[in-house]
Design a binder for this molecule. Structure first.
Ligand SMILES: C[S@@+](CC[C@H](N)C(=O)[O-])C[C@H]1O[C@@H](n2cnc3c(N)ncnc32)[C@H](O)[C@@H]1O
Length: 210
């Protein structure tokens, strides 16, 4: 077994051994609420590090045209097993960092939950480049940030909301006004988040939507 987070076999082992505590067994509650709030117009979405695909299927079920990407074969097998006709999802076994250039400027939404904290922190600038190239010019990056507790080591590696806000807005040249809007949305989601229950309830205290 390898501990190298850049290797799919590390994640395959987690799935095989059941050390996959991030998996809530269904869609992430905040995303369900977000969909039902109708703040997002259905469009083309890519889910990075989609795992078993619970979130990908939930968006697909609500009219989003979803591509779910994961490089772990165990995760992809599970995504295929759990696929249902009412949630049509394109499932790709691929390293997110080498997604084809044909995907550039293709997505209205890039969504992630516990993928950003799973990658090697040294690759975060590369990740920002990836999100930027995948999004259409006015596309939206949706990031449920976890964990925000400043822990040492990982995975999951600590993330900070400010870091994420800056990453994407800087890359996309977002104005201060846009940044304020994003921050307001983030505050709203954070308030909702305080009310939900999930397995990570002690640490998963903030969500942000960029
Ligand atoms: C902590 S899990 C989260 C899975 C899923 N988002 C969920 O909430 O159930 C991180 C996932 O990211 C995937 N992953 C990590 N690095 C990746 C990469 N470079 N390319 C594709 N998938 C990656 C792993 O295989 C794993 O399934």
């Amino acid at each position: 077994m390898t501990d190298d987070v850049n290797s799919p076999s590390k994640w395959d082992e987690n799935y095989k051994q059941g050390t996959d505590g991030w998996d809530l067994g269904g869609p992430t509650p905040i995303f369900k609420r977000f969909i039902l709030s109708r703040q997002l117009i259905p469009g083309r979405m890519i889910v990075l590090g989609a795992g078993r695909g619970h979130d990908a299927r939930e968006f697909a079920r609500h009219g989003f045209q979803v591509t779910a990407v994961d490089f772990a074969s165990q995760a992809v097998q599970e995504m295929r097993r759990l696929a249902t006709p009412d949630a049509p999802t394109e499932i790709l076994q691929h390293d997110i960092f080498t997604l084809p250039e044909s995907f550039n400027d293709s997505f209205d939404y890039v969504l992630e939950y516990t993928c950003f904290c799973a990658i090697d922190p040294k690759r975060r600038a590369e990740y920002a480049d990836l999100v930027t190239r995948l999004l259409k010019p006015n596309g939206i990056y949706i990031d449920l940030a976890f964990p925000l507790d400043g822990r040492k080591g990982g995975p999951p590696f600590a993330v900070s909301a400010t870091e994420i806000l800056n990453l994407d807005s800087v890359r996309r040249g977002g104005s201060q006004d846009q940044l304020n809007v994003f921050a307001q949305i983030w505050e709203k989601v954070k308030r909702q988040f305080d009310r939900i229950e999930c397995r990570f309830s002690t640490n998963l205290v903030n969500g942000n939507v960029i």
